[in-house]
Design a protein around this ligand. Structure first.
Ligand code: GCV
Length: 714
């Protein structure tokens, strides 16, 4: 503001949208008598560990503030723990979970466990750590009246996955191509503005509150593409990173940093970043020591190496276990964890070469390294072998490394699923991935959700003890008033947190919870019509999106660069390895062992054979695994080309129904939400129509096969 600025020029930003924690959502506990019991603080530390560790007084203070706020807002009262409160939140460091044995670095689910006991309508939540107790409080908020109703109960709640991380692809400097947030569709960064860490980080604390209410407790605060400016977060800017960590800490959320493998050279002035070089090892150890000296509860490092231009161990003839173990050694004394991404492939491929298959890359690079990664390394694997497409098979890497802690990586930000302009609820898609069983759907063997919990097929003792590598996802949040651009994209962030806590949850039930909290009226309940319409709009929206975009698992067909909207041949003659090989006769990628790239051979039985054989390959993946004629008849009974026409016409009609359903809510949802959703739905309908017309026209022109129903194709 300049001296000349008059008060009429002061722009007051509206507060960020409350998302799933509006005050109305606190009504059930807020109108009751609540108490928080903490150990006697007059004793040395009162049984509470120092700030920065999980039991911090800060988190206790947060909890006390939450309870105070809820009761003040809704007419309840904070009472003495011995005055028979309706809800007692008790921190009891000596209370231990039944399986609360020792766990190695990064495995902390026992410290996240809480117990909920209900007797005669009175509820007691007990936990050994403040963060777990906070999660227990938000569990009660989520249940609303149901927390207090019903029969007496005694339940234990613990996250199935030990490590639950959100990765922000936020840049400190605005990148000339990728902007402030790479693949961000929600405005600027909540952490950075104008080339530095924001002065006011209050919004980061509000964000941590939202995350705590879903069970997420770790956030990586910068892009895995670590540019020169961002690399300095590890060194010069550490005090500012500490400010971000401090803004997250009140809600028990820990900060992680993405680091550059070349940092010993670019920041340390060394002549090499060779992971086996003694000076390089010493440099990383000193860097880690500084980080933990500044931020005692720091979580660890995330690394993208030898991928899309990022430096890595290949430059020194070393492999990814050498690279990851270098950093693991540096962070181990501090209990830190290294998330090392398996997204390694050649992005300078020759499109003429049909033998190279990008889908094979992660397995080829990582499967042979199984058993060589240090105990505090988590290999982070994208859910599919390509790149967060609307439909892909599950990555075979997830079935190939029983002696390695594996994390599943999802993308909450909707890079390939409508960029938060299209309503696309992704929980059903994630749930399918989490529920995939590498040993076959029928056999009841471990699913992906078990693998990442350390209970995969024959995990090593170290992996089982560490309880696997957990889950990570690329965040979809920015400084947009609604956090996520499209207000309904908040449901994806919420659902990711809930699935990270319990991957067996039903996506529709998660959506129901989200609606119940986000659209709560003053009495804490939601209008039945609002609930019904939100299910109609979102439950099947991922399948609707799939129906009008790239068909049958073939993927991409998006505009190169920004990845929004249709461009069937956009990537066909590029070096990126994402091709569909359409010609006048057919389309699809032959990934069979018999005649193709051999990718099917990376799966264990039965999938290696299910996918290999056109007779058993599921329709939705047929073009991922096979090159087939347009006349190939799917299991559904229609030909490939007719399937394209039918689904694209139907998809647009479903979007039209979605628009009508949403518009029927006029007056029942807040005006600002309504206006933003309408604007996005109008764009979704325009874009879906464009997808339909371009895809149908491409297929009719390539194949010469007309639509059996004679609909308009150009
Ligand atoms: C951060 C895709 C995206 C890139 C992203 C990359 C990754 O290729 O388009 O923006 O880079 O995935 O996951 O590292």
């Amino acid at each position: 503001m300049t001296d000349e600025t008059t008060s009429s020029e002061i722009v007051v930003e509206p507060a960020p949208h409350a998302a799933w924690l509006p005050d109305c959502a606190l009504a059930a506990p807020g109108r009751r008598r609540l108490a928080v019991r903490v150990p006697d603080v007059s004793e040395p530390r009162g049984g509470i560990a120092p700030p920065g560790s999980d039991n911090s007084r800060e988190v206790v203070a947060t909890l006390q503030g939450e309870v105070e706020h809820a009761t003040t807002t809704h007419g309840g009262a904070v009472v003495d723990p011995d005055a028979s409160p309706d809800l007692l939140l008790a921190l009891s460091p000596e209370w231990s979970a039944p399986d609360g044995g020792t766990a190695p670095s990064g495995a902390d689910d026992s410290s996240s466990e809480f117990r909920l006991a209900r007797a005669g309508g009175r509820v007691t939540v007990t936990a050994a750590t403040a963060t777990a107790l906070l999660h227990g409080w938000f569990h009660v908020v989520r249940l609303g009246e149901a927390a207090f109703a019903g029969p007496d109960a005694d339940e234990r709640h613990a996250p199935a996955l030990t490590l639950r991380v959100l990765d922000h692809w936020d840049n400190v400097d605005v990148h000339p191509v990728m902007g402030q947030v790479e693949r961000g569709y929600s405005g600027g960064s909540i952490f950075y503005a104008e080339g530095r860490v924001r002065d006011d980080l209050s919004r980061v604390t509000t964000y941590a509150r939202l995350l705590a209410a879903t069970g997420i407790d770790r956030v990586c605060i910068n892009n895995v593409n670590v540019h020169a400016r961002e690399a300095r977060l590890l060194t010069d800017d550490l005090p500012d990173v500490a400010r971000i960590a401090a803004a997250l800490r009140p809600y028990g959320v820990r900060a992680h940093l993405a680091v550059s493998f070349a940092a010993p050279m670019t920041l340390g002035g060394l002549p090499t970043s060779d992971p086996l070089d003694d000076d390089v090892r010493a440099w990383w150890r000193a860097a880690a020591d500084r980080v933990w000296a500044t931020i005692p509860d720091f979580g660890g490092f995330v690394v993208k190496a030898d991928s899309e231009g990022q430096p890595g161990p290949f430059a020194y003839g070393r492999d990814h276990a050498d690279g990851a173990n270098l950093l693991a050694d540096a962070v181990a004394p501090h209990g830190g964890v290294v998330h090392w991404r398996a997204f390694v492939y050649d992005h300078t491929q020759d499109w003429r070469d049909r033998s190279t298959d990008r889908a094979r890359a992660a397995y080829d690079h990582f499967a042979p390294l199984d058993g060589r990664f240090a105990e505090n390394v988590v290999v982070q694997v994208k859910h599919g072998p390509m790149d967060f497409q609307t439909r892909e098979p599950v990555s075979p890497v997830l079935a190939a490394m029983p002696r390695t802690r594996l994390a599943l990586e999802l993308q909450v930000t909707q890079e390939y699923t409508g960029q938060q302009r299209h309503a696309c609820y992704l929980a059903p898609w994630w749930s399918e991935n989490l529920g995939f069983r590498p040993s076959g759907e029928g056999d009841g063997g471990p699913a992906v959700r078990d693998v990442v919990a350390g209970r995969g097929p024959d995990p090593s003792a170290a992996v089982a003890t560490a309880r696997g590598g957990g889950i990570a996802a690329v965040a979809n949040v920015g400084d947009d008033r609604f956090w996520t651009g499209h207000p309904l994209a908040q449901a994806n962030l919420y659902a990711f947190g809930r699935l990270a806590w319990d991957p067996t949850l039903d996506p529709a039930a998660i959506l129901d919870e989200w609606v119940g909290l986000t659209f709560a009226g003053p009495d804490g309940t939601v209008d039945a019509r609002v609930r019904e319409v939100l299910h109609a709009v979102l439950d099947d929206s991922w399948r609707t999106y799939e129906s009008y975009t790239a068909p049958l698992g073939v993927g991409f067909m998006v505009r190169p660069g920004h990845h929004y909207g249709p461009d069937v041949d956009g990537y066909e003659y590029t070096p990126w390895g994402t091709y569909h090989f359409a010609d006048r006769d057919g389309i699809g990628v032959d990934r069979t062992r018999a005649t193709g790239t051999g990718f099917t051979g990376q799966y264990p039985a039965p999938w290696r054979d299910v996918y290999e054989d056109l007779a058993t390959c599921p329709d939705e993946l047929v073009l991922f695994f096979h090159h087939v004629p347009y006349s190939h008849v799917l299991h559904s009974g229609v030909t490939v080309v007719q399937h394209v026409y039918d689904t694209h016409f139907a998809g647009v009609e479903r979007v039209r129904d979605t628009v009508a359903a949403w518009e029927s809510l006029a007056g029942l949802v807040p005006d600002d939400v309504d206006a933003r959703v309408r604007e996005r739905l109008a764009e979704q309908l325009r874009s879906a129509t464009e997808w339909r017309d371009q895809l149908n026209t491409y297929f009719v022109r390539k194949s010469g096969v007309p639509d059996a129903h004679g609909r308009t194709i150009y």
